[in-house]
Design a protein around this ligand. Structure first.
Ligand code: PNS
Length: 169
């Protein structure tokens, strides 16, 4: 811990493939609480090959968070705990959508604290986005569904461009 709350640096990690309004809601609320928030994009998500490149995911996040002067966007490879230590961050921030998120996140929080000494703080996702995930957005969009309520306009553009460039429906 670097010092009082006035200097706390928070890291909000994720795959952001792509960012959703649920992510943006957590970022906007974290930016009110913490003087510095680093949105940290994992280079290689473990679940799957990302649809969007690292550059695209970072660019979407930069454009969608440009209004927050205390939010910056970065990326990391390997363990989050190592990135947290390198960044001299004080806290990890995560969003919790549903109770089942908590089971995984509790294990991650214990492990990240054991590895880095840094605690994880959870924000309850806005109930409007409790069912929204990047993978669900991609699936619905690829099948022609309307996802405008769930992603920022910038992300919608990226989804549309990706569809055109890959020739997918
Ligand atoms: O948006 P996601 O996919 O839910 O984010 C998951 C993420 C990136 C936060 C998590 O997979 C992660 O921290 N990956 C880095 C590798 C790591 O540190 N694994 C051990 C976690 S205790």
């Amino acid at each position: 811990m670097n010092g009082p709350i006035g200097r706390v640096h928070a890291i909000y990690p994720g795959s952001f493939d792509p960012p959703t309004n649920g992510h943006l809601d957590v970022i906007s609320r974290a930016a009110v609480i913490f003087p510095l928030v680093t949105v940290a994009v994992v280079v290689n998500p473990q679940k799957r090959d990302p649809v969007f490149s690292l550059d695209e995911r970072e660019e979407m996040l930069r454009r969608c968070t440009a209004q927050y002067p205390n939010v910056r966007v970065d990326h990391f490879r390997g363990l989050l705990a190592d990135f947290v230590k390198e960044s001299e961050a004080d806290v990890i921030v995560k969003g919790l959508r549903v109770v089942s998120d908590f089971e995984n996140e509790m294990a991650f929080a214990h492990m990240n604290r054991a590895l880095s000494g840094v605690d994880t703080m959870f924000l309850m996702s806005d109930s409007a986005y409790s069912f929204v995930s990047s993978s669900l957005i991609k699936e619905v969009f690829q099948q022609g569904g309307d996802v405008r309520r769930y992603v920022p306009p910038t992300v919608l553009e990226y989804l549309q461009n990706k569809r055109h460039s890959t020739g997918r429906k």
